[in-house]
Structure formats: structure tokens, C-alpha cells
Design a binder for this molecule. Structure first.
Ligand SMILES: [Zn+2]
Length: 214
């Protein structure tokens, strides 16, 4: 019985590894979302509630349909270089963002912070509801939980290649004054291929590219 269980687990593991490595080569979608890939969402610009988003699944996470085909191409290209792009976070609803924000704030209050201080502290690490790029479905956090070395390779690959598929490193090093967010090597934002190439080549942020709010 134990052998059978071990065998079953073994087969499942092999299947899981195969499934995670499997290229998405043949899947594609026809986007119907009405979202501008250059939309600016940050601490000063909220994501409007009335944007018609169509979400599709990628690695069991949801993303805006307009990024799907390029994401698949990027995933396959990385795989050829022996990098598996693991999506850790993608779309998050405003409700989920609110929950996340409140939980973080509550944990600070539990530590003895006043409500005001807890709010200030939370704002440093979690975007206020309506202000997270994850609500657009255009942002992805790439990360293998618990495998820091693997992440390093993944992030290095993304840094050098993501722009070819329309993605930018959204919160680069030394750009806090502009983005109001510390360096996040895992957070990539879809802006379309033309903008991604220009932003990456010029080493600027989306804020600078759009010329406002800086
Ligand atoms: Zn993120």
C-alpha cells in the first residue's frame, strides 16, 4: 500500500513538473478588454471602476486578455533559455486589495500602532485600494517562493528580455522619488512592445514616459 502511494505521488510529481514546464505554444486569445496598456495607476492615479476588463487564466492566475498572447510568447522564449517564469501574483480585485490593505493595517495596530501610524506604515508597502497595478490585470509578480537563487536567474532574464514582449520592470532601483515604490525586481507591467522598448532603452519609468505626475 505504501509503495502504491509512493508511486502515485511520484507519477503526480512528474506530471506536475511536466505541466509546469510545458510550453503554452498553441494557445492564444482574441482580446476584448477595453483597457489602454499605457494606463497610469499609482499612488496619485486610481484605476477607474468602469474599465471593461476581460480576464483569462495563466498558470491558474488571472490576467487581462490583452497581455495573454505576449505573455505566452515570453514564457516560451524563457523556457528555451531554461528559465521557467513562475507567476506568483497577477490580477487582484479592488476587494482583494482592500482586504490586503486592511489586514496589513490591522497587524500594525495589533503591534500597538495608533490607527494613523498603522495607516502610514501600511502605505509604505501596500498600495491603497484602487491604486494597485494588480487591479488592472496588466501587472505580474514573477517569483518562485522559497527559491531565491532561481528567482535571481528569472529576474535577470526578465530584465534583459521582457521589453521584447511588451513588459517593463515597473519599479526600478533608484526611482523611488518618481514611482513612490521601492525596487521590485519581480514586478512587471505590460505596456505594449513599442513603449516597453522605449522605456527600457531610455532607462526611465512609466511616469517619466507619460510625462506626468513627476
Ligand atoms: Zn506586484
Amino acid at each position: 500500500m505504501k509503495k502504491l502511494l509512493a508511486l502515485t505521488i511520484g507519477v503526480l510529481l512528474i506530471y506536475l513538473v511536466y505541466y509546469l514546464q510545458k510550453p503554452y505554444a498553441y494557445s492564444s486569445v482574441n482580446p476584448i478588454s477595453e483597457i489602454n496598456p499605457l494606463i497610469l495607476v499609482n499612488s496619485e492615479n486610481a484605476f477607474p471602476d468602469n474599465v471593461n476588463l476581460n480576464l483569462v487564466k495563466f498558470q491558474e492566475k488571472e490576467v487581462s486578455d490583452i497581455i495573454y498572447n505576449d505573455l505566452v510568447d515570453m514564457y516560451n522564449a524563457a523556457l528555451k533559455d531554461n528559465i521557467t517564469l513562475k507567476v506568483n501574483n497577477a490580477y487582484r480585485s479592488k476587494k482583494q486589495q482592500t482586504q490586503m490593505f486592511n489586514n496589513k493595517m490591522q497587524s500594525y495596530q495589533n503591534e500597538g500602532y495608533t490607527e494613523e501610524k498603522a495607516y502610514e506604515q501600511t502605505m509604505l508597502t501596500v498600495q491603497a485600494p484602487g491604486h494597485s497595478e494588480h487591479e488592472t490585470g496588466l501587472a505580474i509578480d514573477f517569483s518562485n517562493e522559497g527559491h531565491y537563487d532561481e528567482n535571481e536567474q528569472m529576474w535577470e532574464w526578465l530584465k534583459n528580455n521582457a521589453y521584447k514582449y511588451g513588459f517593463i520592470l515597473r519599479y526600478p532601483q533608484d526611482k523611488y522619488e518618481i514611482t513612490k515604490i521601492d525596487y521590485e525586481p519581480w514586478h512587471y507591467r505590460y505596456v505594449g512592445k513599442k513603449a516597453a522598448k522605449e522605456i527600457t532603452n531610455q532607462n526611465i519609468t512609466l511616469e517619466e514616459y507619460l510625462g506626468g505626475n513627476i
